[in-house]
Design a protein. Structure first.
Length: 256
């Protein structure tokens, strides 16, 4: 508990660094962080138009499905990629500051959480216009988003500590996620190939995406999705705690 209290004492640094990284990327841009919203909209709209045309699917049905899928994917994937190089990017601060090492992946996590409003500017109107289901399943939405963030944060911490000892991990994660993106029902539906083995059930990203897409569109059974996602989150949390506990001191020696 003392360790977690120590982390809270550094909360101002975590918030300041996360905000600095978010705004610093767009410092010379006219639109600033609004590029996150615009890029997200262009990609979701382009993929929906292409897929709906090629697969002869109704645009109005497919647009919210793709939009919610990409939103959840970007949130999770962004945390994993950025956290895998968080110690390398914070090397100077890590060597000069006697803060718990876990705050550096948490900076990457918080930076991606700060981007959520930029996505919601697109997600909310799309869902309201093209098919959010007005049912009791919507009550699962906020718990689902919270569990998605918690799961992604735990895996991000694991990636950060692995990245401290594997310098090429960030490139490996980035390249692998491009392939996994197409293996995951992010922009394609599981009913496109009748009779296909349900291989997506072995994909953790499927459950992460359905935590927010399922309650809105009714594409999955919430109890099943939440049960599996909760189990995955507990497992990831235990591994993350072990990384912090046993590899925290070695990280500083590794980056020197």
């Amino acid at each position: 508990m003392d360790y977690f209290r120590n982390i809270l004492t550094w909360r101002e640094l975590i918030v300041e660094m996360a905000f600095h990284r978010l705004t610093g990327r767009y410092r010379r841009s006219i639109l600033g962080p609004f590029w996150i919203t615009l890029g997200f909209l262009i990609f979701a709209l382009g993929i929906t138009t292409l897929w709906a045309t090629l697969l002869d699917r109704p645009f109005a049905h497919f647009f919210p499905y793709v939009t919610l899928g990409i939103f959840a994917w970007n949130l999770t994937g962004g945390m994993l990629v950025e956290s895998s190089r968080s110690f390398a990017e914070s090397r100077n601060l890590l060597l000069q500051c006697n803060a718990p090492t876990v705050i550096y992946p948490l900076i990457s996590v918080l930076k991606n959480i700060m981007q959520i409003p930029n996505y919601l500017v697109v997600v909310i109107p799309v869902c309201l216009m093209f098919g959010a289901s007005a049912s009791l399943q919507l009550l699962w939405l906020m718990p689902g988003l919270g569990l998605l963030i918690l799961f992604s944060a735990c895996v991000a911490v694991i990636m950060a500590y692995l990245g401290a000892f594997l310098p090429d991990l960030s490139e490996l994660v980035s390249s692998s996620l491009r392939f996994i993106f197409f293996l995951t029902p992010t922009i394609w539906t599981i009913d496109m190939r009748p009779g296909m083995p349900p291989v997506w059930l072995a994909n953790p990203f499927y459950y992460a995406i359905e935590l927010v897409r399922g309650p809105v569109l009714g594409t999955s059974e919430p109890v099943f999705i939440f049960s599996v996602a909760f189990g995955l989150t507990v497992l990831a949390a235990l591994i993350a705690v072990a990384c912090v506990r046993f590899a925290g001191d070695a990280v500083k020696l590794r980056v020197e």
